[in-house]
Design a protein around this ligand. Sequence first.
Ligand code: ME8
Length: 511
Amino acid sequence: MREKIYYITTPIYYANAPLHIGHAYSTVAADTAKRWQALKGRETFMLTGMDEHGEKIYRSAEKSGVKPEEWVDRGAAAAKELWSFMNISYDGFVRTTDNFHKKAVEEVFKKLLAQGDIYSADYQGPYCVSCETFFTEQQVKDANGNCPDCGKKINEIKAESALFFRLSSYGEKLLNFYKANPDFLKPSELANKTIDTVTRGLKDLCVTREKVTWGISVPGDPSKTIYVWFDALVNYLSGAGFPHDMERFGKLWPADCHIVGKEIYYFHTVIFPALLMALDLPLPKKVYGHGWWTLKNDKMSKSTGNIVTPYEVCKHFEPDILRFFFLREMPFGADGAFSIDRIEERYAADLANPLGNLFKRTEVMLSKYFGGKTPSDGSFDAEIFKKQTEALQKFSSFMDELQFHSALNALWELVDAANRFIEEKKPWVLFKEKSPRLNDVMLTLEGCLEFITGILSPFMPVKCAEMASHIAAEIKLPEPGAFRKGQVIPGGEILFPALDIIRSGETQNSD
Ligand code: ME8
């Protein structure tokens, strides 16, 4: 039987302000995970999109003097442009204003209403428009009268005969599910918080808003719109074909992984699974909550304007360098401080020096000693074969667990080993001595370049294509010990120029 299509998603982002480093981070992570699965030969599908309804979007459109339709069109176009700039290869893009999505939300809502999972009651309580979240009086009291999540001033809302989802009746089932599926809540630091919240008891969730016109109307009651999170979570179903293309849905669902920021983990690990249980649909295999990029010690955030965009960063670096930095700098799950200085340090320490030099030195030596070809005879070094085998094994298991940072560490052990190999074997001496061992050394080094190019490609797809062209190789999942005899090595421009060269280029360009 064919393996199920690997289905991975990002959050769908609010179309209220320009997307920044934080959004790019989640999207790059999902794209890298997807590319890794594809490299291993699996069919893949990555979904992203835009969360376009609700009071927050409506207000930001109003403030800019634009109709909400036009506002969200601009937001979606800008997001697509950014993803193309960041070399993201998504397969589906849901906008919650898309008709197929609206129909899916209506269908889900009607079903839950008909089976009594949604019921009517009055609502009164605090609501944060910035987070589009209902809170309890106690939560707000504990946060000194402000929003417990974003800290902004919070308003009380009141609605007669609002509609509620019976979230409270799913607590036990959720706990059983978490227990039976230890891979679902990742990483484990976040798992405990979710289990704790559910164990303390869930309250039913208000799923309608009054006086918020920019949204999907409640079926049969146009005076209300559907709560924006209910609307948004359904994107993972509608984007996979539910219910308009059930054949496709059958091939994709359940999702293999939802990647989300830790602040929206609760929505994905409690509310969404409960909705799926109510719909009698299988639950996703994993929800991975990652940490935050901070700027001056605060979370980078659209609503506070404390942001940096990928375009600003990529005035100095190619987008692939930013992709690499995102996943190399901190473990996936932890927080990290964002700064250009850190990218420069990483660039020099990981790319320009060890990797760039490994390419440059190997290419120069092949050109000098063998006229720009790999030797026509020789064998692969046994020690490096062992290192490649180890690197591949570690890299694969870390990547399958979305431990990008550890996967790169494992790969860099090989990069360092290959550089050490040059120092130890001293090919320039072997050349002088006309030693036949030069063939083995150079074949092994070229094999390392091919190995690194293939395995690194999910992180830096464009840069690795450039690396591949230097050695006239195909990008593929590497095999330890593979090498090519008599292969022309075309070389090319310096792959990772030193920072002072990049800077001097910038000065010339700006003159
Ligand atoms: O929450 N560091 O959309 P949103 C890391 N529409 N990641 C960050 C980040 C930061 N500083 N800031 C944002 C929403 N992100 C809802 C989601 S899903 C059904 C609905 C990333 O535009 C991270 O993935 O506020 C976070 O969860 C997401 O952007 C929030 O984007």
